[in-house]
Design a protein around this ligand. Structure first.
Ligand code: HPA
Length: 248
């Protein structure tokens, strides 16, 4: 049977272009989720169709459970972020390598009772190295400028940060800041899925410019190449050894 993989589109990435897709609605224990799909590739818009759900209200458990119920084992996800590292230019995609979770008050685990296990996911290697390498290789083939390795500070939103928060996150080693990686990634790992993340900056972090200026134009130019990169990376790593994170 063909392996089923998934792309989770964040802000700005709302569809897979040039593919014959059909909609499917999955009823999970956490709520309904509608995806667009082919036989072996599922596209999920993180914020629901028409971007109707803000980052702090996304039903992350339903989204990830739906992919799991569809048989997805490997995910590539995109994130519109703010850059807080002057070396990470706007609209140059970054293959994420690590994260710091500053989010709170979100349903962030499937392990609600000890009967289901302790749920101690080992996040020593949060992003799948095989998929991350494939993203880099495929981007090169398309001449898409890309960076390998970036630390994502995951905040609650929906407000942007203060300049002091941005300085603190930078000091703690973050390169980009966004509102959605957590709990999405840890939930995927809890269900034994492999996950790679591709972030692109649409603004400089608070305090780096006089006010937050969102620049979507640069991203519109690269988003088709980003999608091509992700699709090829998923296809060309079928049967590759994407080892899920251990759970203790
Ligand atoms: N902060 C948090 N999330 C974001 C930003 C930001 O500056 N830009 C895009 N998503």
């Amino acid at each position: 049977m063909n392996e089923i993989t998934a792309i989770i589109g964040g802000t700005g990435i709302y569809a897979l272009s040039g593919m014959k897709l059909h909609s499917e609605t999955v009823l999970t224990p956490y709520g309904e989720v509608t995806v667009e799909r082919t036989d072996d590739l599922v596209f999920l818009h993180r914020h629901a169709p028409h971007h109707s759900v803000p980052p702090h209200k996304v039903n992350y458990r339903a989204n990830i459970k739906a992919l799991h119920m569809l048989g997805v084992k490997r995910i590539c996800a995109t994130f519109a972020v703010g850059s807080i590292n002057a070396h990470f230019e706007l609209a140059v995609p970054v293959i994420l390598s690590d994260f710091i979770d500053y989010s709170s008050g979100r349903e962030h685990s499937f392990f609600d009772t000890i009967d289901e296990g302790k749920g101690h996911v080992d996040v020593s290697v949060p992003f799948c190295p095989v998929l991350s390498q494939a993203l880099e290789d495929e981007a090169k083939k398309l001449n898409l400028e890309i960076r390998r390795g970036g630390v994502y500070a995951s905040t609650n939103g929906p407000r942007f940060e203060t300049p002091a928060e941005i300085r603190a996150y930078r000091k703690f080693g973050a390169d980009v800041v966004g509102m959605t990686l957590c709990p999405e990634l840890p939930l995927a790992l809890e269900l034994g899925m492999s996950y790679a993340g591709l972030a692109f900056s649409i603004n400089w972090g608070a305090g780096m410019t006089p006010s937050i200026e969102l620049v979507h134009g640069g991203v519109d130019k690269i988003k088709d190449d980003m999608l091509r990169t992700m699709i090829a990376a998923l296809q060309n790593t079928k049967n590759a050894n994407c080892t899920p994170a251990p759970i203790h």
